[in-house]
Design a binder for this molecule. Structure first.
Ligand SMILES: CCCCCCCCCCCCCCCCCCCC(=O)SCCNC(=O)CCNC(=O)[C@H](O)C(C)(C)COP(=O)(O)OP(=O)(O)OC[C@H]1O[C@@H](n2cnc3c(N)ncnc32)[C@H](O)[C@@H]1OP(=O)(O)O
Ligand SMILES: NC(=O)C1=CN([C@@H]2O[C@H](COP(=O)(O)OP(=O)(O)OC[C@H]3O[C@@H](n4cnc5c(N)ncnc54)[C@H](OP(=O)(O)O)[C@@H]3O)[C@@H](O)[C@H]2O)C=CC1
Length: 500
């Protein structure tokens, strides 16, 4: 019997960010392993014309929740969606809802955040720092609360090279930052943002660091833990742009560690930490790194090759170009590859769309992709070392059954298998492609390869022809090659005649 699964039985659990990437996976695992839990409160904002209930039904109707509906048929009754906006005072939660939350909640998983790298500092502080502070205040008024689990990121201290499982101080106190956001106007905030964030690469990582300091400073007597995952699956916009041949080269250091971590590993650790924090009540706030680099490293070069090998085996349909993975660290080659591999094909394709009376869209898409890539550059050209003492300690505290059900041992991760499953998942569930279409997709890639060869040969011949017309040296080289080939052929013909 799993101790962790049993622990969550009968509990009232509050999740923020439940509609997000990690939140959904967390909720699914909770219901699947502890279907007898009492209730899961989720703080949700109405969005895109959908009511809260519609948002919940959309989640429950997804492929992810198919198994849950089998083991917990009344799952919809156990999810209590509470209207809340983490940007508002008291999260704009109604009095009745607040009363219910305060009196019943046993465990909090705080996943909500703005994960945009380039968010305005005011918004990033509001969601990643102030909202965390408010949630802690709420938590301190919950008499039944057993644990508060804060989800941060392994990159909250990416200005350091070696990162321990401790909360590092920030140059400016979070309280001062929160206060200043109240009276500074947007223009001034824009101006001081680079100075404030200092050697953090963006407002996201900076405010996640501030959020951790807030958790440590204002946690009071609560049982708190902080989890720092590295790059969860969906972060890198899925292998979709690479598989479709939009993304063919990237400015990345092949030897730099690609610290990816599967979302289910993060969720397993999170649930194990919830149990450990509530049951063992560690004296101080423990930080847990959920990273792969020190236990099972894979670098970007190897990752790129494995992604390419997977696309050979499981190609996406109607690819724009053949998938390729050129890594470069040089400024000039980056510009060259961007021009040749990304911008030029997009311009040619848009020209073709215009000619056929359709709306051009590829250049816009490509510009967006290149902008995204430039934001990721910081992370794919550096390596970090994360210590994992607490995570390893927790692993040793689990029963063999819990180690199996809530497995977060990244040493067991087979990267090639993981990438194949990932690509398969994207193909089936995101692109909604049928596996029966694989032979046709392979044929399409062959056609693209032939077009590529033809195009390059034509380009070479045109360039050569122009060169010959203008340069005596090129003409001499050309005559030399032609006469050499002629002599070789004559010799070959003569020797084959003699043999007969
Ligand atoms: C050469 C081939 C080799 C192939 C193998 C190698 C692959 C290399 C990939 C490298 C990845 C490295 C990643 C390192 C990241 C370190 C992360 C630190 C850890 C964290 O804690 S991350 C937290 C998660 N944060 C993010 O993931 C956010 C990143 N995104 C952004 O900040 C913004 O999207 C960005 C980059 C500023 C772009 O903004 P903008 O131009 O305004 O575009 P949109 O945001 O509107 O998005 C456009 C379009 O893309 C969809 N999108 C955006 N993000 C994601 C995502 N993570 N996953 C899936 N799809 C995403 C978005 O929905 C939009 O789609 P539409 O259909 O609505 O147009
Ligand atoms: N994805 C990754 O690779 C990594 C993520 N993390 C951390 O994991 C956590 C979860 O990230 P992830 O799931 O990827 O993020 P998502 O962007 O997928 O989800 C963010 C969640 O926060 C909610 N949210 C945002 N703003 C508000 C608001 N004003 N009021 C109420 N809810 C709000 C969103 O709700 P809505 O659906 O309404 O927008 C959504 O549910 C974050 O703390 C992130 O920093 C850490 C490392 C890596």
């Amino acid at each position: 019997m799993s101790m962790i699964a049993a622990f969550y039985g009968g509990k009232a659990i509050l999740i923020t960010g439940a509609t997000g990437f990690m939140g959904k996976v967390l909720m699914e695992k909770l219901f699947r392993t502890s279907p007898d839990l009492k209730v899961v409160y989720i703080l949700v904002r109405p969005k895109q014309g959908q009511t809260l209930q519609q948002r919940v039904f959309q989640i429950l109707d997804s492929k992810l929740f198919e198994k849950v509906k089998e083991v917990c048929p009344n799952v919809h009754e156990k999810i209590r969606a509470i209207s809340a906006d983490l940007n508002q005072n008291d999260f704009a939660i109604s009095k009745e809802d607040m009363k219910e939350l305060l009196s019943h909640t046993n465990i909090i998983f705080h996943c909500a955040a703005t994960v945009r790298f380039d968010d305005h500092l005011r918004h990033a502080v509001q969601l990643n720092v102030t909202a965390t502070q408010q949630l802690l205040l709420m938590a301190s008024q919950m008499p039944k609360l057993e644990a508060f689990i804060h989800i941060s990121t392994a990159f909250s201290n990416c200005n350091l090279k070696h990162i321990d499982e401790v909360v590092y101080p920030c140059p400016v106190e979070p309280k001062k930052i929160i206060d200043s956001m109240e009276w500074l106007d947007d223009a001034i905030i824009d101006e001081i943002t680079p100075k404030l964030i200092g050697d953090w690469p963006n407002t996201y990582t900076y405010t996640k660091a501030l959020g951790e300091v807030v958790v440590q400073q204002e946690g009071g007597n609560l049982n708190i833990a902080i989890i720092r995952p590295s790059i969860m699956g969906a972060t890198w916009q899925e292998p979709f742009p690479a598989g479709k041949g939009f993304l063919r080269s990237i400015r990345a250091t092949p030897m730099a560690v690609a610290d990816l971590i599967p979302a289910d590993t993060v969720v397993n650790l999170t649930l194990a930490v919830g149990w450990y924090t509530a049951v063992h009540r560690p004296k101080s706030t423990l930080v847990y790194h959920c990273t792969s680099g020190n236990l099972n490293p894979c670098n970007w070069g190897k990752m790129g090759l494995q992604v390419l090998a997977t696309f050979e085996k499981i190609p996406f349909e109607r690819a724009f170009r053949r998938p390729n993975a050129d890594f470069t660290t040089n400024n000039i080659t980056t510009h060259y590859w961007n021009a040749v591999s990304h911008r030029a094909p997009a311009i040619i394709y848009d020209f073709y769309l215009r000619l056929t009376g359709r709306k051009p869209r590829m250049t816009k898409l490509m510009n967006r992709l290149l902008r995204t890539l430039s934001m990721l550059e910081y992370f794919v050209n550096r390596s970090w070392e994360w210590s994992t003492y607490n995570t390893e300690m927790l692993m040793s505290e689990l029963s063999p059954e819990d180690q199996r059900v809530f497995n977060f041992d990244v040493r067991q991760l087979n990267w090639l298998e993981y990438i194949e499953n990932y690509v398969l998942g994207v193909k089936k569930y995101l692109l909604k492609e049928d596996m029966a279409g694989i032979p046709e997709a392979k044929q399409h890639l062959k056609r693209l390869r032939n077009i590529h060869y033809l195009f390059n040969t034509a380009l070479f011949l045109i360039a050569w022809r122009l060169l010959i017309a203008r340069s005596q040296v090129a003409r001499n080289v050309w005559f030399f090659i032609v006469s050499f080939c002629y002599k070789f052929l004559s010799y070959f013909r003569a020797s084959s005649t003699l043999n007969v």
